[in-house]
Design a protein around this ligand. Structure first.
Ligand code: 5AD
Ligand code: SF4
Length: 468
């Protein structure tokens, strides 16, 4: 009889990718994916540790799952709870002590061992025990990528593909080097094979993932290593892959050829997430970012010279220890100069074990809140301006999911904007709605769209023509 697994994913896109891989690993062992925890035999919480309250959120979720586990046990059915991801890596042992309902803890580097861990948990509970105690937060010598089944689920025309993992940068605020470990790049061939399988399954857009993706240096079969620029040029040769993105990049790893790629490879989308975190040289230094604001401006200038319409996105932290009003003004000034199309901003949150968490000059909470509010108001203003600048233009949209309105599908613009496309338009190119009158058959298609409305978070467009 087949069993069911439900994975709840917190945090970044890499966790989304990892969650899919965990279900891939379990599939040959008879596990189907469930959309809800209620009917699942195994619930995995794939956790994130990057900012505040991550562990608390996990504990409250476990509280709910525990009740479910008890109810199922009363009906004579064994269910299992696993905690995976970065909170598991950082606090796994402690979590098991505090929440005995957890059967398994596994870190981001060991999810290929999930079937064995599950077996061990089942054996432990074989004697009628309510809970198992299985913990695996190793950084194993073997890489999980070599142990993943080739059979993967690609249920969307836009897919993530992890090419690099871990980080050696050690920014003073960040847990990633501790939870994900040292930088590792997958070999070029393995990535191209995975991309080819995606293309064969109808995937149109690939987003290359890595904590430090532009530091990618994957081994080549003939010797030497390939850079991210080289990888993108290779991916561009695969039939059917029309769009390539990559995230997240560090300014210091923007190598020369990557700028060229943005100008030369049409499939490389005109959008780049290039976090700067702060606009103040003092804060950048204290954060151990290893570049200045002027160096960042020079990178942006080169990008725009190579691809004039490139949309930029970034991450910002306000209230890093020691950040003064003047430092914060420098961040606002940088934002005004760069004008991001989109951005994420956060209050600094001390992460256990990171250098910045131990410093004494922490910024008071109310100051962080005020700064965040001012920064976000400015970023939102720019985001709306960017969206409005596309009014009346035509652009290509990859249709990915149904919209709320009849005749509408939702997709992404080249600039990663969400576009609600009215497919009932199109004049003589007008599409056939299909027997169910939903246009759902066009999901996975690239369409030309005329933008007719722009809001802070999305655009509205009318269908013009079909592109693929
Ligand atoms: N506090 C606040 N924000 C953080 N980030 C990483 N660590 C912290 C922290 N301790 C933010 C950074 C990073 C993004 C993924 O999360 O801006 O780029
Ligand atoms: Fe964290 Fe990114 Fe800095 Fe690495 S480069 S330590 S992942 S913020």
């Amino acid at each position: 009889m087949s069993k069911k697994v439900f994975v709840k994913t917190y945090g970044c896109q890499m966790n989304v990718y990892d969650s899919d891989r965990m279900t891939d690993v379990l599939k040959p062992h008879g596990y189907e994916v469930s959309q809800s925890a209620d009917d699942a035999d195994l619930v995995i919480l794939n956790t994130c540790h990057i900012r505040e309250k991550a562990a608390e959120k996990v504990y409250s979720e476990i509280g709910r799952l525990k009740l479910n586990k008890q109810e199922k046990a009363a009906e004579g059915k064994d269910t299992y709870i696993a905690v995976a991801g970065c909170v598991a890596q950082a606090e796994g042992g402690e979590m098991m002590k505090r929440a005995p309902a957890i059967d398994m803890v596994l870190g981001p580097q060991t999810y290929h061992r999930l079937p064995e861990l599950l077996k061990e948990a089942e054996e432990q509970r074989g004697g009628g025990k309510n809970h198992a105690r299985v913990l695996d937060t190793d950084f194993p010598a073997e890489t999980k990528f070599d142990y993943l089944p080739e059979e993967k689920t690609f249920d969307n025309a836009a897919q993530f593909l992890t090419v690099q993992e871990g980080c050696d940068k050690f920014c003073a605020f960040c847990v990633v080097p501790y939870t994900r470990g040292a930088e590792y790049s997958r070999p070029l061939k393995a990535i191209l094979e995975e991309a080819q399988r995606m293309a064969d399954a109808g995937v149109v857009e690939i987003t290359l993932l890595g904590q430090n993706v532009n530091a990618y240096h994957g081994e080549k079969s003939g010797g030497g290593t390939a850079s991210l620029a080289e990888l993108i040029r290779e991916l561009d040769k695969i039939d059917g892959i029309e769009r390539i993105r990559y995230t997240t990049s560090h300014p210091n790893d923007m190598e020369d050829d990557l700028f060229n790629v943005h100008g030369e490879v049409a499939a490389c989308m005109p959008y780049l997430h290039l976090p700067v975190q702060s606009g103040s040289d003092n804060t950048l230094k204290a954060m151990n970012r290893k570049h200045t604001r002027e160096e960042y401006f020079a990178i942006i200038e080169r990008l725009r010279a190579s691809r004039p319409d490139i949309a930029l996105s970034g991450d910002f932290i306000v209230g890093f220890p020691g950040e003064t009003d003047e430092d914060f003004e420098q961040t606002l000034d940088l934002v005004r100069r760069v004008k991001y199309a989109q951005a994420y901003s956060f209050k600094y949150s001390p992460r256990p074990g990171t250098p910045a968490s131990a410093t004494e000059d922490q910024v008071p909470e109310y100051v962080k809140s005020q700064r965040l509010q001012r920064l976000q108001a400015l970023l939102n203003e720019h985001q709306l301006e960017f969206n409005e600048s596309k009014l009346g233009t035509e652009m290509d949209v990859l249709l990915e999911r149904p919209g709320k309105l009849e005749g509408q599908l939702i997709g992404r613009s080249p600039y990663l904007q969400s576009v609600h496309v009215d497919l009932t338009k199109g004049g003589e190119n007008k599409l056939d709605a299909g027997p169910d009158n939903t246009y759902n058959a066009y999901m996975g298609k690239l369409v030309r769209v005329k933008i007719v409305d722009a809001g802070p978070n999305s655009l509205k467009g009318e269908f013009v023509s079909l592109l693929n």
